[in-house]
Design a protein around this ligand. Structure first.
Ligand code: PGA
Length: 250
């Protein structure tokens, strides 16, 4: 049985005060949901505050991104080690906004995955196709290429520690959610791709769905056999809504 994982990605939203209130709201909701792993990705500058606000609650903290290099003269970057140092347990790598707006290549995403693992973090590796790619029936080719690039850099132990998030780019922030069948089909494809390399790892691999997940559609999406939780953007900025989504995963 794979343990459900629901991650809130605040992106570049909020304020110090709002971050604090959100963390407190999510922590009180998480109290009644011991069967779900719940994670939050605040903007970097609020991670320390979030860590303090979480206290003993079982909410995990994550970075929205990390550098593709270990350390050094890379102004503005934050390393995986630094995230671990301030109490993060996981980090998103290869979010579609990083790939499209900041030109991150499959190989750079794979390097970040390696560095996250080396830092002791769980990398949540994001993959997904654009609308043009889906309409050209390229979905499997695209997500296959993205996951292959990551697998190529990891040994089986590393592979066993990652989480994958399937986020169709056309569903992110658009209000247009993939149908449960569309989501599950890609999740099953990804699991099979990993199974071709390591069946045991594939069986335990958690694959989250992301793209306009809301409290209203979460239960249906999470009821699919290969959907193990969600990566939630907009709806994670409302504690009640986000906790509702977490509840749907339980
Ligand atoms: P959304 O974002 O839930 O607002 O669509 C998802 C994401 O980008 O992770």
């Amino acid at each position: 049985m794979r343990r459900p994982f629901v991650v809130g990605n605040w992106k570049m939203n909020g304020s110090r005060e709002r971050a604090q209130a959100l963390v407190v709201g999510v922590c009180s909701g998480a109290f009644g949901l011991p069967e779900v792993d719940i994670g939050l990705c605040p903007p970097f500058v609020y991670v320390g505050d979030a860590r303090a606000a979480i206290g003993d609650a079982s909410v995990l903290l994550g970075g929205q991104n990390c550098a593709g290099v270990e350390r050094g003269a890379f102004t503005g970057e934050v390393s995986a080690d630094m995230l671990a140092d301030v109490g993060c347990a996981f980090v998103l790598v290869g979010h579609s906004e990083r790939r499209t707006l900041y030109g991150e290549s499959d190989d750079e995403v794979a390097r970040k995955t390696e560095l996250a693992l080396a830092a002791g973090l769980v990398p949540v590796v994001c993959v997904g196709e654009t609308l043009v790619e889906r309409e050209a029936e390229q979905t499997e080719a695209v997500v296959g290429r993205q996951i292959d690039a990551v697998m190529a850099r990891l040994d089986d132990d590393g592979l066993a520690r990652i989480v994958v998030a399937y986020e169709p780019v056309w569903a992110i922030g658009t209000g247009r959610t993939a149908t449960q069948a569309q989501a599950n089909a890609v999740h099953a494809f990804l699991r099979e791709r990993v199974a071709a390399r390591q069946p045991n790892v594939a069986a335990g691999l958690r694959i989250l769905y992301g793209g306009s997940v809301k409290a209203e559609n979460a239960a249906l999406l999470f009821s699919e056999p290969d959907v193990d939780g969600g990566l939630v953007g907009g709806a994670s900025l409302d504690a009640e809504q986000f906790v509702g989504i977490c509840r749907a995963a339980g």
